[in-house]
Design a protein. Structure first.
Length: 290
């Protein structure tokens, strides 16, 4: 069900609060660029720093602005199954098209615990669910066998795979039904992952360059591997430098240079260092002159 280019949206802040005008403008620019979908209040959206009411406000605004023109997913995962169930139900009531549910972080559940966690969430909602595997941040890996077990749930239909391994995509494909889609969770691995069966990306860079990331994914999906590789090579330096400091600090900084929003982030994140700002500016300037 979920394929193509999905943007993990940043949450614009201004003077400590959410800048809903900037958020609306960001969503609109995504839709105009042909994005498949957007993800509200994911970790790129600094969801752990948002209050309950702020999270609902961001989801509500994204659904309102999208108005059916693209898929809207809400990031609802946490390390508490009960809280995740409640967040997913609330997102469903606001009209989202699906939920992105990250693996529980910090508490390191067993594979059986992971299975029970995701199954409990799936049983509590009619929303299609995209699993989110990012062991480097969560401290636990949803192994391929567990994903295969979860694929038997009627509404667990996709995975955002951010384990950094092309082999993992092949392993998943060997155990999952064809209807279950795999998306890259890392911009720089979009093309390698698609070459072994992934069907798109959940992207950070597409906050800034949605049309370019869409073009890369579309080119490969349409069988033009040469064009996809050319676009990948052009974008690759940006794919890497958008993570020289913790996400979403670099992408918000770049968006602020375009006048689209404030670079403001919430603690424990902090503004980008001057040295890294200079590096990122040079990378952006090189991209624009290519």
């Amino acid at each position: 069900m979920f394929r193509g280019t999905f943007t993990a949206l940043v949450t614009p802040f201004r003077n400590g609060g959410i800048d809903f005008d900037a958020l609306a403008g960001l969503v609109e620019s995504q839709i105009k660029a042909g994005i498949s979908g957007i993800i509200a209040v994911g970790t790129t959206g600094e969801s752990p720093t948002l209050s309950h009411d702020e999270r609902l406000g961001v989801i509500r605004k994204c659904v309102e602005v999208a108005n059916g023109r693209c898929i809207v997913l809400a990031g609802t995962g946490s390390y508490s199954t009960r809280d995740t169930v409640e967040a997913t139900k609330q997102a469903e009531s606001l009209g989202v098209n699906g939920a992105l549910v990250v693996a529980p972080y910090y508490n390191k559940p067993s594979q059986e615990g992971l299975y029970q966690h995701f199954k409990t969430i799936a049983d509590a909602t009619s929303l299609p669910i995209m699993l989110y595997n990012i062991p480097g941040r969560c401290g636990v890996d949803i192994v391929a066998g567990t994903v295969a077990r979860l694929a038997s749930c009627r509404n667990i239909v996709s995975i955002k795979e951010a384990g950094g391994s092309v082999d993992r995509v092949s392993e998943l494909h060997g155990q999952l039904p064809d209807s279950f889609t795999i998306l890259s969770g890392d911009d720089s691995l979009t093309l390698p992952f698609m070459s072994v069966g992934a069907l798109g990306v959940v992207s950070v860079v597409s906050n800034l360059l949605p049309a370019e990331v869409v073009a890369l994914v579309t080119a490969y999906a349409n069988g033009d591997a040469g064009l996809a590789e050319k676009l990948h090579r052009r974008l690759f330096p940006l794919f890497k430098d958008m993570f020289i400091e913790p996400n979403p600090v670099p992408i918000k900084t770049a968006l602020s240079w375009k006048g689209l929003l404030s670079p403001e982030v919430r603690l424990p994140l902090c503004p980008m260092s001057q040295a890294n700002q200079e590096r990122l500016r040079k990378t952006l300037e090189a991209f624009e002159t290519r």
